[in-house]
Structure formats: structure tokens, C-alpha cells
Design a protein around this ligand. Structure first.
Ligand code: SP5
Ligand code: ZN
Length: 342
């Protein structure tokens, strides 16, 4: 399986994440990919290929124009306004406030276009996010050209990003971009399977009203886990998308057996749906020692999960999402891929 990866991810490295009332070094940090790259190499995977320049057409088709303009210009506006630090959201349009009127003021715009305050933006964030999307696009093209599967080593990750909001360490929804590309190239039905510990709220939101992209997510229950306000089991899709969304919220301490049962159910649903291509939002933060998550999967479980996913027999693009137990992130990620390869 070929890996696609861009060194440009380094341009996104905020110094600060607001966590528990303190500024800490972000959990989502550049060194995460070093561990994954090292493990890929150790296990005999081909040298990663750097992607071509990003294709902006799919992105523009999927996202709010104001949001993309914001991502491109926010750093310069922030600096011009005299702000001394990194961009951190501090205000949000909450219940019964105006959600369709982006303010002019940069501090107002930051909150308008974000869904959480833990994710800081710096000078290189936009370029890094585009390079991450470019890796996903290159992986999609490889699979469209006939590869059984490809791995997009995306950083920053994408599944929390909606068409008009960043947050949860995500700016551009890479998995959604890949799903849309499969559709644009003629696949009638596409599925996104999200096994990151956190609910893929962005992907769900983007496809919620559509019947042509099925979304399934296994995650920490919203009562207990970020992103808190989406991911319940009764969110089944709307309009044309009714029945094309399935959530498997699970409680703190969930071990592999019930998680694997949810995975099997999700895979059966995807099979019954008749997907012609599969996108996997590959987070490995369901790992027992993940510092910000609460499932209890062990490293060999990730290999078993990969084996099960392979049984669908679909052309598959893996997009890297979360995973913050730094010394195990390489093993766990590559275990999924090796399990899939069989
Ligand atoms: C892609 C992805 O996995 N995003 C996750 C975003 C999680 N954001 C909330 C982080 C909360 C961290 N709380 C730290 C508590 C440490 N004890
Ligand atoms: Zn996650």
C-alpha cells in the first residue's frame, strides 16, 4: 500500500493548546507523523510519495466561500490588528444568536468560523492544511487508478472540520474531499467509516442531507466526549440522507469486544448500502493509553480491525486523523494497514 505524505505539515505547529485552563503543547503535534513514518519504514512499506499541488475545485464545491477566505486571510488580519499571540477563539455564536452573519472584526470572525478553542492557528496553518488535503487527493487518485488501497498520512487531521468551521485540530475535511472525488469520478455510492475515538462531526454534517455518501462513526459518547454536541445514535440523516448516517457512541472504558461488534455492524450497514468505494477516517486514539481519550483498545486490536475492514473488498483510501499516545501512534496506525493488507 502506497503512502502519500507532505512535509509541509510542519508549517502548522502552534505553541499552545488551551486544555484544562492551561496552555499546553498541542497534543496534535508534528512529531506524531515521525513515529508513523518510522514504523511504515520498519515494516517495509514503500517510501511515501509527496503529493502534487492541491486541487481547489473539490474544496470550493464542498465548503462555504467565506470560510475558505477566512482560513486564507485570518493570520494576516490577526497580525494587522495587533494581536501578539496565536489565533485562539474566544467567542462563539451560541443559542439564539446570529449564526448567518459573519462579523467584520477578526476576533469575531475567528469564533464565527470555529467550533472549539483548543485549536490555534499560526502563520503556516492554511498551507499545511492544503498540503494535508493534497495527500488525501493523491491517495484518492492512486485508488481511482486501480490500487486496492492507499494511505494518506494527513496532518493536520480533518474529520471535525465542517463546510464552514474548524476545530478539534482540523481545518479541511480530507475524508469528505476524498468521498466527493469518488462521486465526481462516477462512483454511485461512497461510504466513510470513521474509527477515530472522536465523533466525525464534520463529515457527518457535510453529508447529513445526502443519500449518496454513507457515514458511520464509532466514538466516545457525546455525553462524555468531545465534540460533545453531536454523535448520538438517533442521528440517522435527513431528507435524501435519511438512513445514510449511523453513529455508535460508546461509554468510557469500552474495550475491544464491544467496539469490534460496533465495527462489524457498521461494515454490514456499508455492505447493505452498496458502497462502491470506502474512505476510512483512521484515528488511533481509541488506544488504551491515549492521553485525551477513554477507550481500551490494545495494539493488536488495530490489526484485527484492519482485517475486518478489508473483508468489505472495496477500493479504500485511509486518511490519518487522531492518535496522541505518541510512542504507540506509529505501531497502531500501521497495524490497521497491515491487518488490511493481510
Ligand atoms: C482529530 C482529533 O482526534 N481531534 C481531537 C480533538 C480533541 N479536542 C479536545 C481535547 C481535550 C483535551 N483535554 C485534555 C485533558 C487531559 N487530561
Ligand atoms: Zn480523535
Amino acid at each position: 500500500m502506497q503512502t502519500f505524505f507532505s512535509e509541509e505539515h510542519r508549517k502548522h505547529f502552534p505553541q499552545a493548546e488551551l486544555s484544562g485552563g492551561q496552555f499546553v503543547t498541542p497534543y496534535e503535534r508534528p512529531s506524531r507523523v515521525e513515529y508513523i513514518l518510522r514504523r511504515l519504514n520498519e515494516r517495509g512499506f514503500d517510501t511515501p510519495i509527496a503529493p502534487q499541488t492541491p486541487d481547489m475545485t473539490v474544496l470550493r464545491g464542498l465548503c462555504d466561500p467565506g470560510y475558505l477566505e477566512f482560513l486564507e486571510t485570518c493570520w494576516d488580519e490577526w497580525v494587522a490588528e495587533g494581536m501578539a499571540g496565536e489565533i485562539i477563539a474566544g467567542n462563539f455564536p451560541a443559542r439564539r444568536m446570529q449564526i448567518s452573519r459573519p462579523p467584520r472584526n477578526i476576533d469575531g470572525k475567528v469564533g464565527y468560523y470555529s467550533l472549539a478553542s483548543e485549536t490555534a492557528i499560526t502563520a503556516g496553518t492554511w498551507e499545511a492544511a492544503l498540503s494535508s488535503m493534497a495527500s488525501a487527493q493523491a491517495a484518492q487518485r492512486a485508488v481511482a487508478a486501480g490500487a486496492r488501497a492507499a494511505f494518506a498520512l494527513c496532518r493536520p487531521p480533518g474529520h471535525h472540520a465542517t463546510a464552514d468551521m474548524y476545530g478539534g485540530y482540523c481545518f479541511i475535511n480530507n475524508a469528505a474531499i476524498v468521498a466527493q472525488m469518488f462521486r465526481d469520478q462516477g462512483a454511485g455510492r461512497v461510504a466513510v467509516l470513521d474509527i477515530d475515538f472522536h465523533h466525525g462531526n464534520g463529515t457527518q454534517d457535510i453529508f447529513y442531507g445526502r443519500g449518496d455518501v454513507f457515514f458511520a462513526s464509532l466514538h466516545g459518547a457525546p455525553e462524555d466526549a468531545f465534540p460533545y454536541y453531536l454523535g448520538y445514535a438517533d442521528e440517522t440523516g435527513a431528507g435524501d440522507g435519511e438512513g445514510a448516517n449511523v453513529n455508535y457512541p460508546m461509554a468510557p472504558g469500552t474495550p475491544y469486544a464491544p467496539w469490534a461488534e460496533a465495527l462489524e455492524d457498521a461494515l454490514a450497514r456499508i455492505r447493505a448500502y452498496g458502497a462502491e468505494a470506502l474512505v476510512v477516517s483512521l484515528g488511533v486514539d481509541a488506544y488504551k493509553d491515549d492521553p485525551i481519550s477513554f477507550f481500551k483498545l490494545d495494539s493488536p486490536d488495530f490489526m484485527d480491525a484492519g482485517r475486518r475492514i478489508a473483508k468489505l473488498g472495496l477500493p479504500t483510501v485511509f486518511c490519518m486523523e487522531g492518535g496522541y499516545a505518541i510512542e504507540a501512534v506509529g505501531i497502531n496506525t500501521v497495524n490497521v494497514l497491515e491487518g488490511f493488507n493481510g
